[in-house]
Ligand binder design. Structure first.
Ligand SMILES: Cc1cc2nc3c(=O)[nH]c(=O)nc-3n(C[C@H](O)[C@H](O)[C@H](O)COP(=O)(O)OP(=O)(O)OC[C@H]3O[C@@H](n4cnc5c(N)ncnc54)[C@H](O)[C@@H]3O)c2cc1C
Length: 271
């Protein structure tokens, strides 16, 4: 895939995950999601929307990338139906056992082969693996600045290769700026994702996806011998449920109910 000199080329990384209502199963030490329907990881829809908004404002193109089995092409199709221009599937027989570290190494190798990438967008985390490690690990592997939990892309200065963002933290909002190319992971406060359009769905149904294997990247032997199987997740335990008692306070008026509540809270040493 090649791009015009100077063309703004942004990338969005998405994961094909089980639907948020899916229940995890463990059978014979193997964790799976049964036959739950697969969707674009919900957090990644915000990343797609932000990449498309930047393209709508500055021009250029958006490539969507996923690493997964052949069926993960469905996630790419959804992103193309939303408006992305190109799709890349990183596929290999060994991918199912990758941990977040290996995933990040492979994704960053692919990004390094693409021309003129300015911003790589990620969701803040995948709803199945849930580590939230991939975005900043990719930034580290590429040697690019990484901005996590971005709730606002305040400025992109293409000429001076500069970006300003607002990060959403538990304590408040933090303004940051740095150089592009850069990696950002976004939170849902950043935008309202668009729906796939009718024209987009037709385009997606005919779209040719580029498929990249580990051998294409020259990583085949290295991944299987050095990295593969470095981490296993073989058991899921349900959280123990807390039993709680509820008591309904009744009275003739709000004042007497409030007084009774205060007495009970003092009695229970809550206040
Ligand atoms: C039940 C379960 C438990 C797991 N536990 C661990 C664990 O403890 N440690 C560990 O290292 N791995 C673990 N994994 C593996 C992990 O899910 C995968 O390696 C995954 O590819 C990356 O981690 P994540 O799903 O946590 O992604 P996160 O880091 O949560 O994802 C953040 C963002 O990165 C992007 N992204 C993630 N995966 C891909 C992809 N395949 N292709 C394109 N973009 C992507 C998306 O934008 C996503 O929103 C687990 C998997 C499962 C199913």
């Amino acid at each position: 895939m090649s791009f015009e000199e100077g063309e703004l080329h942004n990338l969005v990384c998405i994961k094909h995950t089980p639907d948020s209502a899916a229940k995890m199963l463990v059978e014979n030490g193997v964790v799976s999601w049964g036959d739950a329907p697969m969707v674009v990881n919900p957090w990644d829809e915000y990343a797609i929307e932000e990449a498309l908004s930047v393209r709508d404002k500055f021009g250029g193109s958006v490539t969507v990338l996923t690493m997964g089995p052949e069926s993960a092409k469905e996630a790419l199709k959804t992103a193309i139906a939303m408006g992305c221009d190109h799709g890349i599937l990183i596929s290999d027989a060994s991918i199912a056992s990758y941990d977040a570290r290996i995933t990040s190494i492979v994704i960053s190798k692919v990004i390094a082969t693409l021309d003129n990438v300015q911003i790589v967008f990620f969701g803040k985390q995948a709803i199945d693996g849930d580590t939230g490690l991939v975005p900043m690990s990719v930034a580290y592997a590429l040697g690019w600045p990484g901005f996590s939990y971005v709730a606002e892309l305040s400025e992109i200065d293409i000429e001076n290769q500069h970006i300003s963002v607002v990060r959403l933290l538990e304590e408040g909002r933090q303004s940051c700026s740095g150089k592009i190319p850069a990696v950002i992971s976004v939170v849902k406060e950043i935008n309202e994702p668009r729906y796939p359009s009718f024209v987009g769905i037709r385009k997606a149904s005919k779209a040719e996806m580029q498929v990249i294997t580990l051998d294409d990247l020259g990583l085949g032997d290295q991944i299987s011998s050095d990295y593969n199987g470095s981490l296993n997740w073989s058991e899921i335990q349900e959280l123990s449920r807390k039993s709680t008692d509820a008591e309904l306070l009744e009275g003739s008026d709000m004042h007497s109910i409030a007084s009774e509540l205060v007495e009970k809270l003092i009695e229970d040493k809550v206040i």
